[in-house]
Write a protein that binds this ligand. Structure first.
Ligand code: TNX
Length: 510
């Protein structure tokens, strides 16, 4: 790896060599080549500098000082790119995603000095360490309208994430219209995790809304992974279809939390706004439940071009172990029969009938409990891979420090260094090839607005981005990262990102 100390790039590239000078941007600078990346580049530059570069017509050859964007499969591994900024600039993506990643790298080399705007001379060659780099948004505890999801997609794409996991259902709300079970969108989507029974923060995506999110994400080279959380986290389903669910079962933790927070307890058929988990379950032994599961997953599969359907499977404390195993076997089989790859939270590894190839999402600790590690390892034994979301490092809903006004702390407090300093491959006792990648979940019990979400995401999302993208090496260090992160501040401010200005980071003004 080549030293990159002086280039403010996040995530750290495989190799980045700074040059001496800078390429001046003027009224005459034109952008050539692949139209969608060209538009993205020109729009982002305008937001940052106020200058609007011209997109050159197809036939015109580049002049000195222009920016050229092209795709050439010979330019590297999947999603890789080469970038050269000298007398002119060129980005060659190994594919269209790689080209877009290269554009985001180029944008981080933009700087203003006394003579105006310029791009630092550099030669970068780059490709991701992990193929799966995800962000999860819990739209069930608080609904995010389509335009806010677009903003989250833009933020994630700028950090080279390539998957958006949408947590579309939970006890508090159901967020996607299903034609064959129409009461879900009418009756199960009104509540959110307000805590006090009031109906704010609800909502539901129409099929068209969801397709719009999928298409926008695709235009940013991001694959949507939809999750319907089952067989627990299903209270909202019972608000519309009582015959599908069991009566709520209380647990000690839920009772303590409800008393401490002043939240009402779950009541059958009534929208639930508290934060308790583990009280709800689908009816496992009734065939009608599987009609429901099949119908919902079939409609979701039709709307989802990506390969994954996530069936949840976490914290099913209201379901017996035997029933849980039975459900997981059937639900993952249904996903496989639809031609999709099932994904489930690590608890589902306990099910002997887990469909082969199911991807597991690990949410235990960096020092995993033996039972969690064993459940995660089962996915690998069954031919599946793992997505790592260690809750004490990658959870974006934990507080930065104990005084932070929003967020939870059950997995500990997570400052930026904690989100940064961990190694995916040695976390569990599985072969390195079994690690598909890394995902940072944002649960939204404490989130009331996009601004809240942005504060919890930024800057920790940048830390997880580097864990997911950048191979280990001398430059992939906290000391280097905090300097490079501090240098992002002017661009983030120009983009309107309401990040948490934590004192851990030397934020720069210009
Ligand atoms: C645990 S992590 C949950 C979620 C909560 C989250 C809050 C996981 C798979 N389940 O239901 O929202 O904690 O931090």
């Amino acid at each position: 790896m080549v030293l990159t100390e002086s280039l403010p790039l996040i995530p750290l590239p495989n190799s980045a060599v700074p040059g001496e000078g800078a390429l001046r941007l003027t009224d005459a600078t034109r952008v050539h080549g692949e139209p969608s990346s060209a538009r993205m580049l020109v729009d982002a530059m305008t937001r940052r500098t106020g200058m609007r570069l011209e997109i050159a017509p197809d036939a015109s050859g580049p002049a000195s000082g222009d920016i050229v964007l092209r795709v050439d499969p010979a330019a590297g591994a999947a999603e890789g790119y080469r970038l050269v900024i000298a007398d002119d600039a060129e980005i060659v993506g190994a594919d269209s995603a790689g080209l877009a990643h290269g554009v985001h790298t180029l944008l981080q080399l933009l700087r203003e000095d006394d003579d105006g705007w310029a791009l630092r001379h550099a030669v970068v060659s780059d490709a991701p360490r992990f193929a799966y780099r995800g962000v999860m948004l819990d739209v069930a505890r608080r609904f995010f309208p389509v335009d806010e999801v677009r903003t989250v997609i833009d933020r994630a794409a700028a950090l080279k994430f390539n998957h958006l996991h949408l947590h579309l259902s939970d006890d508090q709300g159901w967020r996607i219209h299903i034609d064959s079970w129409p009461l879900l969108s009418q009756r199960s989507s009104t509540a959110s995790a307000t805590g006090d029974g009031s109906l704010a923060g609800g909502g539901c995506y129409s099929r068209a809304d969801y397709s719009e999110i999928v298409a926008y994400a695709a235009s940013r080279h991001i694959t949507v992974v939809p999750e319907i959380d089952m067989p627990g986290h299903t209270h909202a389903i019972g608000v519309a279809y009582p015959e599908l669910v069991e009566a709520p079962v209380m647990n000690e933790h839920l009772l303590d939390d409800a008393a401490r927070l002043g939240h009402a307890l779950p009541e059958a058929g009534v929208p639930y706004t508290g934060w308790g988990v583990g009280h709800s379950s689908l009816r496992i032994r009734e065939e009608r439940t599987y009609d429901f599961v099949r119908d919902v997953l079939t409609e979701l599969a039709e709307l989802t071009p990506g390969p994954y359907l996530h069936i949840g499977g976490d914290e099913s404390l209201g379901t017996s172990a035997e029933d849980f195993a039975y459900f997981v076997g059937r639900a993952t089989e249904i996903v496989s029969s639809l031609g999709k790859t099932p994904v489930a939270w690590h608890e589902a590894g306990a099910a002997p009938g887990l469909a082969s190839g199911t991807v597991g999402q690990f949410w235990g600790a960096l020092t995993p409990e033996a039972a969690h590690a064993a459940q995660a390892a089962r996915f690998v034994e069954r031919g599946g891979r793992l997505i790592l979301s260690p809750s004490d490092a990658a959870y974006l809903d934990m507080k930065y420090d104990e005084h932070f006004p929003i967020g939870q702390d059950w997995a500990g407090v997570i400052d930026v260094q904690r989100a940064y300093d961990w190694e995916p491959v040695t976390l569990l006792d599985v072969p390195a090839s079994a690690i598909a990648g890394v995902e940072a979940p944002l649960w939204t019990e404490t989130v009331r607005s996009l601004a809240d979400a942005e504060q919890l995401m930024h800057p920790r999302l940048a830390a997880v981005a580097e864990v997911a993208w950048s191979a280990p090496g001398p430059q992939r260090s906290w000391a280097s990262f905090r300097e490079r992160l501090g240098a992002q501040a002017p661009a983030w401010r120009a983009d309107g990102i309401r990040f948490h200005p934590t004192p851990e980071i030397p934020w720069s003004d210009r």
